[in-house]
Structure formats: C-alpha cells, structure tokens
Design a binder for this molecule. Structure first.
Ligand code: FES
Length: 104
C-alpha cells in the first residue's frame, strides 16, 4: 500500500482541490461538503490532465480542459462524451488531522 500524505485538513477546506504527485501518477484530491474524493489526473478519453480543469463542487463534476468531457468526482464515472470510460479513483482518509490518499 502506498499512502501519501496530502496536507493538513485546514489546507483543503470544502470547495477546494489539491493536486499531488505519486511517482508516475498525479492525483487530484477534492473536498466536497467535507467529504474527500481522489481522481487520477488523467482523462479516460485521451489522457488529458483532467483535474486541472474546472470543477463544480455543487454537482461534484469535473470538466476535462481538453475536449470538455465531464466526470462524477465521487465515482469517477464519465457523464458526457467524448469520454465514456471511468477515471481511476482512490480512497482518501483523515488520520490525526492529515488528509491521506491511498494510491495503490
Ligand atoms: S482528453 Fe479529456 S475529453 Fe479528451
């Protein structure tokens, strides 16, 4: 298991996202209404830098900056074309006030 410390909880309030790198992969950690979710920063359509796109905390949706596909941040599910496959998600937990993501 490769668990990465993202940051203290104070640095990732509701409505915020933080991008972290774990070896070859990049992961975006989102705080949506106090719940944390992590998505790989790689669009399933054409490997674009997904989490660097705009996102809507109210709908928990991220928009790929390359061709505009949208994904459900909670599940990684593709919501609109041109993407149709889900993106990788990772478990997030809080330990002693630190946000951690398991990238295995
Ligand atoms: S790379 Fe994301 S929609 Fe094309």
């Amino acid at each position: 298991m490769a668990e990465l410390t993202v940051c203290p909880v104070e640095e990732l309030p509701p409505g915020a996202m933080k991008l972290v790198h774990a070896g070859e992969i990049a992961v975006g950690i989102y705080n949506i209404d106090g719940e944390y979710f992590a998505l790989e920063d790689r669009c399933s359509h054409d490997d674009g830098p997904l989490v660097e796109g705009d996102w809507e905390p109210d709908r928990a949706v991220v928009i790929c900056p390359r061709h505009g596909a949208t994904f459900d941040i909670r599940s990684g599910r593709a919501l609109t074309l041109p993407a149709y496959l889900p993106v990788e998600t990772f478990p997030v937990r809080v330990v002693d006030g630190l946000v951690k993501v398991d990238v295995t």
